[in-house]
Design a protein around this ligand. Structure first.
Ligand SMILES: Nc1ncnc2c1ncn2[C@@H]1O[C@H](COP(=O)(O)OP(=O)(O)O)[C@@H](O)[C@H]1O
Ligand SMILES: [Mg+2]
Length: 310
C-alpha cells in the first residue's frame, strides 16, 4: 500500500487590507509549507482552531483553489502540472463534503435530482436503473426510499448531511475530504454522522481527510492526525501518539480544552511576529530562541513536532 495522496511544501497566502480605511495590505499565510502523506484506505484528521488554515488546505488539495507553490500528488499525478480539464475529470475521484449541508444542497432540488445528477453526468448508471441505484445509496447512508422525493427543507440537518454524503459516494471516489462535516449539527446527531463515516471507511476502504476544530471527533475517526496552527503543521503523527502523548503545547491545550468555546474564535494574526515560532506569543514554555528562529517539524515517522526540544 503506497500513498494515495502526497502533499509537500504546500503554500497559500492571501493579501488583505489591514482595515477598510487603510491602504496597507498584509499577507496572511493561510497554508504555510504543509506536507503529509495519505495512505490508501486510511483517514487523516486535520485539527486546529478556527482560522488555522484547515479549509484553505482542503480546498488546495482538491484544487478548488490553486496553491501558490508546493506539490499535490494524487495517484501518481502531479496536480500542479496537469491541465484544468484533467483536474475536472478527477473531481469524481476526489469528493468534498462541507460543514453546512443546507447551503451545499440546492434548495430547489429533490433528493432524486441531487443524487442522480452525478450518476448521469459521469455515465455511471443507465437512466433505466437510476432509481434502484438511488435506493442503494440511500440505504448506504442510513435512509430509505421515502427520501427520494424530499426537498432539503423537508429534512433534518443530520438527514441533509446524509444526503450530501450519499452524493459524494455516487461516483465511488478514492478520496473524500470532509470539512467540519458535523460542526453544524446538534451534539446528539454528531455521533451518528461520525459513525456513518466510520462505516463508509470500513466497508468501502475509501481514504478520507476529516477536518474539524474538535480533536475529540477527529480522534475517533482518524488513523493519523495533523495539528495546524496559523497555517503550519505543529504536530503530526499516529492518532494515539498525538492524542495520548502530545508533544506540542498547542496540542496539549486543544486536548485540555475539549469543548471549550474559545476554539471557535479566529486566531488573531495581527501584531504577531513575522519571524520565530508561530506559537511563541501563546506558549508558556517559550525561550529566546523561539522568538528568533522557526523550528522545523521533526521526529520519527510516527510522531513529529514543530518545537525546539532543548
Ligand atoms: N478567500 C480568502 N481571502 C482572504 N483571506 C482568507 C480567505 N480564505 C481564508 N482566509 C484567511 O486565511 C486564514 C485561514 O482560514 P481558513 O482556511 O478558513 O481556516 P479554518 O478552516 O481553519 O478556520 C484565516 O485567517 C482566514 O481569514
Ligand atoms: Mg474551515
Amino acid at each position: 500500500m503506497g500513498s494515495l495522496l502526497s502533499v509537500s511544501e504546500l503554500k497559500k497566502s492571501y493579501e488583505v487590507k489591514k482595515s477598510i480605511f487603510s491602504k496597507n495590505r498584509e499577507v496572511i499565510r493561510a497554508v504555510d509549507s504543509v506536507s503529509f502523506d495519505l495512505q490508501h484506505g486510511s483517514t487523516l484528521g486535520i485539527v486546529g482552531e478556527s482560522g488555522s488554515g484547515k479549509s484553505t488546505l482542503a480546498r488546495c488539495i482538491l484544487f478548488l483553489e490553486k496553491p501558490d507553490s508546493g506539490r499535490v500528488i494524487f495517484k501518481d499525478m502531479d496536480l500542479m502540472d496537469i491541465k484544468k480539464d484533467v483536474i475536472r475529470s478527477l473531481r469524481k475521484d476526489m469528493q468534498i463534503i462541507f460543514q453546512d449541508p443546507y447551503s451545499s444542497l440546492n434548495p430547489r432540488k429533490k433528493v432524486f435530482e441531487t443524487l442522480s445528477e452525478p450518476l448521469l453526468f459521469h455515465h455511471i448508471v443507465d437512466r433505466d436503473y437510476i432509481r434502484e441505484r438511488l435506493i442503494e445509496i440511500l440505504m448506504d447512508v442510513g435512509l430509505n426510499e421515502d427520501f427520494i422525493d424530499k426537498y432539503p427543507h423537508e429534512m433534518s440537518g443530520g438527514q441533509r448531511q446524509r444526503i450530501a454524503i450519499g452524493r459524494a459516494l455516487t461516483t465511488n471516489p478514492s478520496l473524500i475530504v470532509a470539512d467540519e462535516p458535523v460542526s453544524s449539527l446538534d451534539v446528539s446527531i454528531q455521533a451518528q454522522i461520525v459513525n456513518l463515516f466510520m462505516d463508509i471507511k470500513e466497508k468501502r476502504g475509501i481514504s478520507m481527510i476529516f477536518v474539524s476544530h474538535d480533536l475529540n471527533i477527529v480522534r475517533f475517526i482518524s488513523d493519523d492526525i495533523i495539528v495546524m496552527y496559523k497555517g503550519m503543521v505543529v504536530e503530526a503523527g499516529k492518532k494515539n501518539e498525538v492524542f495520548y502523548n502530545p508533544l506540542h503545547p498547542y496540542t496539549q491545550m486543544l486536548i485540555d480544552s475539549i469543548n471549550g468555546d474559545f476554539l471557535k474564535k479566529e486566531v488573531d494574526y495581527k501584531n504577531e511576529l513575522m519571524e520565530g515560532c508561530p506559537y511563541y506569543s501563546r506558549c508558556d514554555f517559550s525561550k529566546d530562541r523561539c522568538k528568533k528562529e522557526i523550528p522545523v517539524l521533526s521526529g520519527d515517522k510516527d510522531h513529529k513536532v514543530l518545537c525546539f526540544k532543548d
